[in-house]
Design a protein around this ligand. Structure first.
Ligand code: 13P
Length: 261
């Protein structure tokens, strides 16, 4: 079965004013049944705003938290449990964004691969779809594909191997490849760079999990994807969708979705 494309809009910590939320939701109103039959769509509002908008989108659009805790409800101040997401009827959770893996530019503790694997297992166990972000910083990209795979991507993927092996429906774990140097910078990986990295990720999964998983797992590209570059990136055989930051706060998000749907 061909992989169904998937596009996510990551609003990150935006907008400031909750009064702007209806307009941001409206940007996704073109996602009708016909589009959603061809492309999965999710939106990640900020934690504070998520519960205000989770029932405002067209049916079928998955409203997705940008993080979760590793365990459940209880004494976890400042955290969100997947059990609470299940109760709200949410279907998807995103974890491991580079901005949580130490790219805030502040001395906050980084989320480790081990912690993220624990979170991913918890999300999958509760029946949600898990979007798992990985990526590399610029100095590794400059060293070439082998170095960035060995030093950044493979360690991030390796912790997922047992999970991927045990997962019956491989479409429930989505890998979002986000080159850190192309996030929020306006710089995009060229289609060749993006395709080459997506293929290397898929080949690694084939060799270290199995061919079926490699064929079925979806790999999104996330690094300044927008209406202009989405058509060319969509034509790459190993790019199964996008995780969009800045452009998901604008009407152009529909053009990105239509490009791959
Ligand atoms: P931009 O699209 O703003 O570069 O952000 C990408 C991203 O981090 C999505 O999660």
């Amino acid at each position: 079965m061909p992989r169904k494309p998937i596009v996510g809009g990551n609003w990150k910590c935006n907008p400031v004013e909750h009064a702007k939320l209806p307009d941001l939701v409206k940007n996704f109103s073109g996602c009708d049944e016909a589009i959603l039959a061809k492309c999965d769509v999710y939106v990640c509002p900020s934690n504070l705003h998520l519960a205000m908008v989770h029932d405002k989108f067209n049916a079928g659009i998955m409203v997705t938290p940008q993080n979760c805790n590793f365990k459940g409800c209880g004494a976890y101040t400042g955290e969100m449990a997947v059990d609470q997401m299940v109760d709200l009827g949410l279907k998807c959770c995103l974890i491991g964004h580079s901005e949580r893996r130490g790219e805030f530019g502040l001395p906050t503790p980084k989320e480790s691969d081990e912690l993220l694997a624990t979170k991913a297992a918890y999300i999958l166990e509760k029946g949600l779809l898990c979007v798992y972000c990985i990526g590399e910083p610029l100095p590794l990209r400059e060293k070439g594909l082998d170095a960035l795979m060995a030093e950044a991507i493979i360690p991030q993927l390796a912790v997922l191997v047992p999970l991927l092996k045990g997962l019956e429906d491989k479409s429930r774990l989505v890998i979002a490849y986000e080159p850190v140097w192309a996030i929020g910078t306006g710089v995009t990986a060229s289609p060749e760079q993006a395709q080459e990295t997506h293929k290397a990720i898929r080949d690694w999964i084939a060799a270290n999990v199995d061919q079926k998983t490699a064929d079925e797992v979806r790999i999104q590209y996330g690094g300044s994807a927008n209406a202009k570059n989405a058509p060319e990136l969509s034509a790459c055989p190993d790019i199964d969708g996008f995780l969009v930051g800045g452009a998901s706060l604008k009407p152009e998000i529909m053009d990105v979705i239509k490009a791959i749907a």
